[in-house]
Design a binder for this molecule. Structure first.
Ligand SMILES: NC(=O)c1ccc[n+]([C@@H]2O[C@H](COP(=O)([O-])OP(=O)(O)OC[C@H]3O[C@@H](n4cnc5c(N)ncnc54)[C@H](O)[C@@H]3O)[C@@H](O)[C@H]2O)c1
Length: 262
């Protein structure tokens, strides 16, 4: 019960890594807000968690579009009204797209930066304001990626957004630690989620591969011996949210089976 009575918001919490983190936080005693743009996925996630035995009084779904500042403010206000404050934010919502540099469109650029960078920053800002008002500090975890550690020829925009997440994690941490708010990040490697289904289909198109081949190859190339699973992120996300990481500030932790060292 490392997070007993804490209140946590997980953006993009309705599926994939976000949902695994919601499950882990509930098991550690937190109240959890699944904040996602996909209302039907939120409802499905809430139903699954309740079937698994989660206490409905510690669960909340909130439709959120991180690209819309009014939506962020409304979500934060509704969480404060329901639970009385916020202790933990997992800034996990993101979108992926890829194309050769010569074919990247303005729409793809705008969408990825709007969700992965602008949305992440203004969600952090709104939650940090609520944390400062409450005066009890907090923990914020930004979901970066190994893609933010180095470039990839077909993935220039997504890589750039995730490099920005690592940079924002550092700057926001240095500013907010004066309020007792610890900001850190997690850089996943390749994780078997719905997002990687979409990634595989794009690689199949641009590298002219059969569907599923890229996913198999990247999994085989991980030093650990397999792709990540959403539940591999539960422990690190609990650690960075809990008092166990009290002196950890401004770090982005690689959780990737050994893919990247820094
Ligand atoms: N899957 C991987 O291999 C991998 C690797 C590195 C980093 N990551 C990062 O980990 C995080 C989770 O990845 P995942 O694979 O679970 O993704 P996913 O696509 O399976 O889930 C993302 C969730 O974010 C939500 N979302 C999208 N746009 C939103 C918006 N505007 N507002 C609110 N919610 C929105 C989606 O509805 C979805 O539920 C992301 O930040 C991703 O970039 C994933």
């Amino acid at each position: 019960m490392k997070l007993l009575d804490r209140i946590a918001i997980v953006t993009g919490g309705a599926r994939g890594i976000g949902l695994a983190i919601c499950r882990a936080y509930l098991e550690e005693g937190a109240s959890v807000v699944i904040a996602d743009i996909d209302r039907s996925a939120i409802d499905a996630a809430l139903a699954t968690l309740e079937i698994e035995g989660c206490d409905a009084s510690r669960l909340m779904g909130a439709r959120l579009d991180v690209c819309d500042l009014r939506s962020i403010d409304a979500m934060v206000a509704s969480v404060v009204e329901r639970f009385g404050g916020i202790d933990i934010l997992v800034n996990n919502a993101a979108v992926f797209d890829m194309a050769p540099v010569l074919e990247v469109t303005e729409a793809s650029y705008d969408k990825q930066f709007a969700v992965n960078v602008k949305g992440l920053f203004f969600t952090l800002q709104a939650v940090a304001r609520a944390m400062v008002d409450r005066g009890k500090g907090g923990a914020i975890i930004n979901m970066a990626s190994q893609a933010g550690r180095r470039g990839e020829p077909l993935v220039s925009m997504y890589c750039a957004t995730k490099a920005a997440v690592i940079s924002l994690t550092q700057s926001c941490a240095l500013d907010l630690i004066q309020h007792g708010i610890r900001v850190n990040g997690i850089a996943p490697g390749v994780v078997d989620t719905p997002m990687w289904g979409e990634v595989d289909a794009l690689f199949a198109r641009y590298e002219k591969r059969p569907l599923g081949e890229k996913k198999r190859l990247v999994g085989e190339a991980v030093p650990y011996g397999r792709m990540g699973r959403p539940e591999d992120y539960a422990g690190p996300a609990v650690f960075l949210a809990s008092d166990d990481s009290e002196y950890v500030v401004a770090q982005t932790l690689n959780v990737d089976g050994g893919n990247w060292m820094s």
